[in-house]
Design a protein around this ligand. Sequence first.
Ligand SMILES: Cc1ncc(COP(=O)(O)O)c(C=O)c1O
Length: 178
Amino acid sequence: MDPILQKANDLLAPALVFHTNIVADRAEGIYVRSTDGREYMDFTSGLAVLNVGHTHPDVVKAIAEQAERLIHSGCIFHYPVLTRLAERLRQITPDCIELFFFSNSGAEAVEGAIKLARYATQRQSVIALVGGFHGRTLGAISLTSSSARYRRHYHPLLPSVLHAPYPYCYRCPMGKTR
Ligand SMILES: Cc1ncc(COP(=O)(O)O)c(C=O)c1O
């Protein structure tokens, strides 16, 4: 077995579910090169968050510049790029979206969305679609139903979460043909 995979088995919590045994060394655009010298086309786009590809030079430059200037504020300080990003998003999103919440991960965004929906509507139940993946935190796995492995061992989950069938016309869960 590849020594990195062996170390991953020995040292990483199983809550982290890896989808392949590829050990990536570096990546550029759509290509990922593994430590054993193979090259792969990455059709996952980092699960849809690398829409400009891996290590895009503009993204690398922006990360490096910010890292040299200020890595962490912990909401103790304000800093210009955060409000600049909110301003840019304000320009390209519909007028009804007035405020922005930035988080570290998809799961944290989902947690924020659940809280916002409850706060704004004063209703408690949440509807999620069968087969969806929403992340691995406790609130997010309450909505996730793509695989039982994400939820097993973690009950009781968030109450008042209802799962509805996804409108999937190819293999309709309601048996409809049109
Ligand atoms: C639709 C969707 N929601 C939420 C998440 C969770 O994101 P993260 O792994 O950054 O917590 C993912 C991650 O794949 C996702 O695809």
